[in-house]
Ligand binder design. Structure first.
Ligand SMILES: Nc1nc2c(ncn2[C@@H]2O[C@H](COP(=O)(O)OP(=O)(O)OP(=O)(O)O)[C@@H](O)[C@H]2O)c(=O)[nH]1
Ligand SMILES: [Zn+2]
Length: 361
């Protein structure tokens, strides 16, 4: 039956469910768990989940470190959720906003041994839903029966590798958009097959496909690109890259919807709030339970390849972008530095990127 949804389609549905506060069933190698995102679970649903068995809160080892909880694994920590705690306790563990005001969140008991794969997958799903990386998990005997009985989405992630191949992207449409920097602008829209965010390519002029193209891999930054935020250098970089392409006569700017280095705008604002408490950009991500950078840069090389490019003159200060291009079949003929927009509000941010994330100054 071709009408039966694939695991990829069910995963997209599960992401939407978690965002709404609806639990889902995740099954791996015959182990099934009821899973709810910590950020969206309601008091009523918490009560219902308790009826299925002992609750664990899956958090990342990064978050566990801040909470002084033992992870017993490189991938996930499973915190025992006491019977008498409410939603506020769960949100307090997931969200670091009150960490400094209420430092005594423990002592926390964490589970050691046993199956961690469902907890791990639950975190990955919460991350891909742009939620805080923390999820409630109750292991259940018969996942299929629980899902069917309660009308919940069930995904079987048994054969899903840790580092799954990039989802196929398809160009949906392109149209001419005259720009300030060049009359010959064209916007291409690429849509991934897994129900994720669309990404864009701005083509300037008609670049020769047999030559390295002047290219920029730009990640969405609502605050910098649109609002003119002074906390980062994204807006000036975006405009400088387009201006350089206009001057050059040709170029391609990929605008990847990976806001906040892949954690989403809500989480980025949580990170900003922590930065106001004195943490730098990397520490803030870690306290939230994220890695420094959660982006998948392969999207950029895939779009370039689909557009017929095989070599770039890449405008970036980030060596990781250069390495990713090379690793994915796009030759970087030249790295073109893109240093613009340093000011009083973002100088610490830029220095931290250089010191901790290897950015070139
Ligand atoms: N999590 C987080 N993301 C941020 C912060 N400041 C900016 N960003 C995001 O960081 C990304 C910046 O991306 P890019 O412009 O590609 O910058 P880059 O990786 O530094 O590399 P180059 O600019 O190419 O040198 C955007 O997605 C921003 O939304 C922050 O403090 N925390
Ligand atoms: Zn920015």
């Amino acid at each position: 039956m071709t009408l039966i949804p694939t695991q990829t389609e069910l995963t997209a549905r599960a992401r939407a469910d978690l965002r709404m506060g609806l639990p889902v069933v995740i099954e791996i190698d015959g182990v099934a768990g009821l899973v709810a995102a910590a950020e969206t679970v309601t008091r009523a649903r918490l009560g219902d989940l308790r009826g299925f068995g002992p609750l664990r809160l899956a958090i990342t080892p990064r978050r566990a470190e801040t909470l002084k909880a033992r992870a017993y694994s490189d991938h996930v920590a499973r915190v025992v959720v006491p019977d008498d705690v409410d939603v506020d306790w769960i949100v307090g563990l997931a969200d670091p906003k009150d960490d400094l005001m209420k430092p005594m969140k423990g002592p926390l008991m964490t589970e050691r041994g046993g199956d961690e794969s469902v907890a791990r997958a639950a975190i990955a799903l919460a991350k891909s839903a742009m939620l805080l990386p923390a999820a409630l998990v109750v292991i259940v005997e018969d996942g299929a029966a629980v899902a069917a009985q309660h009308g919940l989405t069930r995904v079987d992630l048994t054969d899903r590798p840790d580092d799954p191949p990039l989802t196929a992207l398809r160009e949906i449409v392109s149209a001419r958009v005259p720009l300030e920097v060049s009359d010959a602008g064209r916007l291409h829209i690429f849509r991934p097959e897994d129900g994720g965010e669309e990404h864009y390519a701005v083509e300037i002029g008609r670049p020769d496909r047999s030559e390295p193209v002047l290219a920029r891999l730009h990640s969405a930054c609502f605050t910098g690109d649109l609002l003119g935020s002074l906390k980062c250098d994204c807006g000036p970089q975006l405009r400088a890259a387009l201006a350089a392409m206009g001057e050059n006569g040709t170029g391609v700017l990929l605008y990847l919807n990976q806001e906040g280095r892949g954690i989403g705008l809500a989480n980025k604002m949580r990170a900003y709030s922590l930065q106001d408490q004195g943490f730098d950009t990397v520490e803030a991500n870690h306290r939230l339970g994220f890695e420094d950078d959660e982006r998948d840069f392969r999207i950029g090389s895939e779009i370039l390849a689909q557009m017929g490019f095989s070599a770039v003159r890449l405008m970036t200060n980030n060596p990781a972008k250069v390495a990713m291009m090379e690793a994915n079949g796009i030759r970087v003929a030249e790295r073109v530095p893109l240093q613009v927009g340093r000011g009083a509000h973002n100088t610490d941010y830029l220095d931290t990127k250089a010191a901790k994330s290897g950015h070139l100054l």
